[in-house]
Design a protein around this ligand. Structure first.
Ligand SMILES: [Zn+2]
Length: 198
């Protein structure tokens, strides 16, 4: 066995490149069995692995690339309880309130009210479609963050909607399963033409 020794400057360079090389992941589309399987919880030990941290970075990169406001790990073929979400200036949801970048690992949600609100949802795994979905207006969220620290907060309205959508993914469900009926299901072109009233 031989060992190739790089000079220290090159070692640093290769290390930096590795750490910053993010990837846009392939998104599973409806019909892929991974989307219908409940995902597995993540251990604290797993969270510390560089490969796990890279997966989170890649999920964030993928969500941003496709203008998503949330992404669950099973949507990128990793059947694990991880979701990322962020609502910044977003072309797909221009009128929505901002949500800071959040990583949720092993999330649990508890409705704080029985009140449901219906609004439009889309999904990167179900391209080109939108539909109206009832969701709890307010929820308590418990999870681990990307450092394995406890995270607990209350989310309301669109923020709560995004988390419920991602939480469903982690349990093998998609938004179509939550629609009361499919009469509002529409392609994006028809959404803009018939449903988006000014
Ligand atoms: Zn989705």
């Amino acid at each position: 066995m031989t060992t190739i020794r790089f000079p220290p400057s090159l070692q640093r360079l290769s290390c930096l490149c590795y750490e910053h090389r993010m990837a846009i992941l392939k998104v599973a589309r409806l019909g892929h069995p991974v989307l219908r399987k409940a995902t597995a919880p993540v251990s604290l030990r797993e969270i510390q692995a560089p490969s796990f941290q890279k997966l989170i970075d890649d999920m964030i990169e993928t969500m941003n690339e496709y203008d998503g406001v949330g992404l669950a790990a099973d949507q990128v073929h990793e059947s694990k309880q991880i979701a990322v979400l962020e609502v910044a200036a977003n072309a797909r949801y221009p009128d929505k309130p901002k949500v800071p970048l959040t990583v949720l690992i092993n999330p649990k949600i508890l409705p704080l009210t029985e009140e449901m609100e219906e609004d439009w949802e889309g999904c990167l795994s179900i391209p080109e479609l939108r539909g109206r979905v009832p969701r709890y207006k307010s929820i308590r969220v418990q999870a681990l963050d990307r450092n394995g620290q406890d995270l607990e907060f209350i989310a309301a309205d669109f923020h709560a909607r995004v988390i419920q959508h991602e939480w469903d993914h982690l349990n093998g469900k998609v938004y179509l399963d939550r629609m009361g009926d499919l009469s509002t299901l529409t392609f994006l072109t028809e959404f803009a033409r018939y449903w988006l009233k000014s």
